[in-house]
Write a protein that binds this ligand. Structure first.
Ligand code: R1P
Ligand code: URA
Length: 287
């Protein structure tokens, strides 16, 4: 017998929508494009044939509609893996929990989720303006100190290597993205890479503005890691959280990155919106 999840643990709003996302199950498509910036949602839904739903709460903005006849949701998450933990849990609840009975549904529904986000490159050969699909992601944040999950030997070895290289007091978590989405979306225009997900934009990515980072050489340290040919390529702030939550909850997830900064050559793209738009068009066609 499936247990009843108490009201304090999974919060439903008086109108039947889920607490933070403000969505009812019927508002959601099973293929979802996610972005950090709420303003990017409209940049994507402008290409839809029609929009059936627009909902916003906090940083979570959702537009659901069709693109060339295919039903899609576009959703913003804000920044950071703490937001992704909330986002993925509530998204999953919309399809895998009966919100009336508060019980887990007997039949699991798998969502297809593609992140379209910006990112910084830690490799000279991946210039600003490149598009990168994350094969693996390593979380330098502590999200997975609070969940248990199954890791492959390779994922554990990568986590160990990163812990040793950065001399951290915990093992960073590593997960692989969806192979099927990677095969669909990592085509000629997109380079395959591995992503370091950081708990911040400045110090945790080795940027010095007024505060000195504790690991000023974090880029060199991360770029030097080689685990049987595995190498890290880029920085951002959500991908490992997506891959961890996707694996634990049983969803297909892929992160696509528009490289706006190269941290080795110190270049920043002239027109970040144009690079993001290139990635948006690519994702809409391939998802
Ligand atoms: C930092 O500027 C933000 O940009 C990247 C990082 O992951 C972080 O969220 O992604 P988005 O462009 O999707 O927000
Ligand atoms: N997003 C990040 O998190 N880092 C960058 O360098 C660029 C975008």
């Amino acid at each position: 017998m499936a247990k009843v999840i108490p009201a304090s643990e999974l919060i439903i709003n008086p109108d039947g929508s889920i607490y933070h996302l403000n969505l009812k199950p019927e508002f959601l498509a099973s293929s979802i494009i996610t972005v950090g910036d709420p303003e990017r949602v409209g940049m994507i839904s402008q290409y839809f044939d029609q929009i059936e739903v627009k909902v916003a709460k906090r940083e979570f903005v959702t537009h659901t509609g069709t693109y060339k006849g295919k039903r899609l949701s576009v959703m913003s998450t804000g920044m950071g893996t703490d937001n992704i933990e909330i986002f993925m849990t509530e998204l999953d609840a919309l399809v895998n929990i009966d919100l009336q009975t508060r019980k887990i549904k007997p039949k699991h529904t798998t969502l297809r989720i593609v992140r379209v986000g910006t990112s910084g490159s830690m490799r000279k050969e991946i210039p600003a303006g490149a598009l990168v699909a994350s094969n693996f992601a390593v979380g330098l944040d502590t999200l997975m100190q609070y969940y248990t999950a199954d890791y492959s030997q390779k994922e554990l070895a990568i986590g160990d290597a990163v812990q040793q290289s950065l001399q951290l007091g915990f093992r960073p978590y590593c997960f692989e993205g969806s192979k099927s989405l990677l095969n669909r979306l990592c085509t000629n225009e997109v380079v395959m890479g591995n992503t370091a997900t950081c708990p911040g934009f400045f110090g945790p990515q080795g940027r010095e503005v007024r505060l000195k980072p504790a690991l000023p050489d974090i880029i060199e340290r991360l770029a030097a890691i080689d685990v049987d040919g595995f190498q890290l390529t880029n920085f951002e702030m959500e991908t490992a959280g997506y891959y961890a939550m996707g694996k634990m909850l049983g969803h297909e997830v892929l992160s696509l990155n528009a490289i706006v900064a190269n941290r080795i050559t110190h270049e920043f793209v002239d027109d970040p919106a144009a690079v993001v738009n290139r990635l948006i068009r690519h994702t809409l066609e391939g998802i």
